[in-house]
Design a protein around this ligand. Sequence first.
Ligand code: NAG
Ligand code: NAG
Ligand code: NAG
Ligand code: NAG
Length: 313
Amino acid sequence: MLACISKVSVLAALCLGVAATPVLYNGRVPLKYTAADLDASQNPFLTVVKGTENASHYSTLQGSKFPPTPLWKSSSVEQVISVSIDNSSIFSPGGNNPQYGFRRTDIIAESDGSPSNLTPIIEANTTVFHFSIKADEARPLNYKHEYQIVFIEPNDGTHVFGIQLGTPFTPDGNTAVAKDAHFFKVLDHGLNVLFKTPFTPRAWHNFAVQVDWEARTLGVFYSLGDRALSPVTRLLENQSQQAGDAGKGEFHFGVLKLPLINPQDSSEQQGDVVHHGIQEGTTEGLHYSGIFVESIERGVSLGYGKTGKPIRK
Ligand SMILES: *[C@@H]1O[C@H](CO)[C@@H](O)[C@H](O)[C@H]1NC(C)=O
Ligand SMILES: *[C@@H]1O[C@H](CO)[C@@H](O)[C@H](O)[C@H]1NC(C)=O
Ligand SMILES: *[C@@H]1O[C@H](CO)[C@@H](O)[C@H](O)[C@H]1NC(C)=O
Ligand SMILES: CC(=O)N[C@H]1CO[C@H](CO)[C@@H](O)[C@@H]1O
């Protein structure tokens, strides 16, 4: 992975300095967005994937005192949204079959009250998914576990790309913490690690993932703190993603914590991570800001009003 990073840094970020590229979805939370809006799944967020409490129990809008990522401050006034899980964060899809293996709070991008209205807008031609993540030091993660924190999920339950933290779940009962557990890992559809970088505290980690929905390729941009984004991968094939609409899906961010294997469970139960396994029930969270999706029509937004070239072959 590191070789891949140094290879692209020479090509990095030729700033074109042209007008902003069209924003197709804006999830940078306006200051006027309230806890009641979250509870009611008002645009831009569908907040139903959570435990039994109201959405605003799990997600906190931070108002004007907590600075979001600085990258977009010239174009957008936004507030940080802090997403957490606790032991009540057991999602029951359709009100039944509770997911006892997971603890999760997912926020899903929507338009006009539904993610499916948004999919054809943000998942056509080539689009770029922007998001910034900061550690919630008061509510730390447990790196023995795997976390899936940002992903696009088609109906088949796979992920077009995903951001992972922690130790990947293994059904073999290995409980050692992975060496790179504290790294963000950007995964492709086939779960290959495209890019990784340490999740250091007290700084925003800014990501942008470029998805070509026709050619099924990915490219990753990243920056730490107040630096502008730059490309950190080449253009990469993502051919195991299904072609056409079957390969498109909802854009999620939040905290989804997988279980550890429970030695008391049968081997069948141990393979069913959604419904079985060990969870400590702790309260854990992440801060998010800078969430939006843009077209690449006039380049990729790098921050501070600058635009760079999309990642090409
Ligand atoms: C959720 O919010 C509604 C409306 O504000 C309130 O009536 C209800 O008591 C809340 N439920 C919980 C579990 O806090
Ligand atoms: C967490 O929730 C599960 C499922 O409802 C329950 O079995 C367990 O006792 C709870 N753990 C704690 C620490 O409260
Ligand atoms: C995709 O690109 C084509 C050709 O440039 C354009 O006509 C079309 O409007 C684009 N679709 C979206 C959803 O941006
Ligand atoms: C990085 C990369 O090329 N990832 C995968 C994308 O899809 C193809 C086909 O499924 C894989 O072979 C690649 O490894």
